[in-house]
Write a protein that binds this ligand. Sequence first.
Ligand code: PCA
Length: 211
Amino acid sequence: MRTVLLTGFEPFAGDATNPSGDAVRLVADGWAGPERLVTSVLPVAFNAARLRLRELIVEHSPDVIIATGLAGGRAGMSVERIAINLIDARIPDNAGDQPVDVPAVPRSPAAHFSTLPVKSIIADIAAAGIPASVSHSAGTFVCNHVMYTALDSGEPGDRAAGFIHVPYATGSAPEGKPSLPLADIARALRIAIRTSLDTEIDVSYAAGSIW
Ligand code: PCA
């Protein structure tokens, strides 16, 4: 039986909630298989998140890893294409660490591309009426670090791994910030899981940006 690992994050930066962790809990509650779904809400801390993710990978040998986090201010589901080997934390993480200008993993490649079917996921989420787009930067904070860790762990070809940033959830978004209902964020993640399991070769269509 194939195993999917889906992660979200706990709240950070003084927020009361994190829609990524909340949506992951919703997906876990409603999961009916047939694949095995393992979920985890990770700490927003560089070292602890990396350690926890690596433990989960060793324990469960997932075939698909979809890590998620909040990108407050983005308007829809934002499927990340690339993780870079760089930490430049603008704020301290939840453990009080604020590394600046250091590699995520010393002596590892400068970057890793997502091995999820990024464009198929975006097309399928959009077809369900939920806004989704490709992103070419997961930032330089804990989300990028977790995406890099997921892609830097294990032999390439073993599994599909990547990251999806979610917007604020309606009701907990700061004034004037874009949001989606939490139920739609969870629905989009369910679609991303199914598409990742079912797609062998990603579709190709123009979805890049000029700047
Ligand atoms: N978003 C942050 C870290 C945790 C989260 O949900 C990020 O984008 O790095």
